[in-house]
Design a protein around this ligand. Structure first.
Ligand SMILES: [Zn+2]
Length: 151
């Protein structure tokens, strides 16, 4: 999926999840979910997050394949427990929720994602080609949903 589709879906997730964390700071909550939604593509050297975090991406890229371990549920689960052990509150949950939102909609593409990599070969995939007309329709629908949620 394209960067903006991930961001739009993550915003929908953030605004929906925020109802369950009314004491959270809205801007930090949304920021963490959006940042979390960028993280899985650290395994793709052409992604936005890799270009912003070059030293980290340079370490990760030779060791992993795109949509391998960084597109599994194990990294966000690890992020959740790691952050939750240092910081009380919603921070770890928000970051891992954003991360999972990215994996979920990558699962709509024909290449799909293996949520349980490397334990299983179970691969979820769908019909929406990245950067296709159908993805642009999905993005438009997400934007309409966002406007509806905010207004
Ligand atoms: Zn991805």
């Amino acid at each position: 999926m394209m960067f903006f589709t991930h961001m739009a879906f993550a915003l929908v997730v953030a605004l929906t999840a925020y109802h369950y964390f009314p004491s959270a700071n809205l801007y930090i909550f949304i920021g963490l979910i959006l940042f979390g939604a960028m993280l899985p593509d650290i395994d793709n050297k052409r992604s936005k997050i890799s270009s912003k975090m070059r030293p980290v991406a340079a370490l990760i890229n030779p060791l992993t394949k795109h949509r391998g371990i960084f597109h599994s549920v194990f990294i966000p689960i690890g992020i959740y427990f790691l952050i939750d052990s240092f910081l009380e509150g919603y921070y770890g949950l928000a970051l891992s929720l954003g991360y999972l939102s990215h994996i979920a909609i990558d699962g709509l593409t024909p290449a799909g994602v293996n949520f349980l990599h490397p334990i299983s070969t179970l691969r979820l995939h769908g019909p929406i080609m990245t950067n296709s007309f159908v993805e642009k329709i999905l993005l438009a629908v997400l934007v309409v949903v966002l406007v509806w949620m905010v207004v």
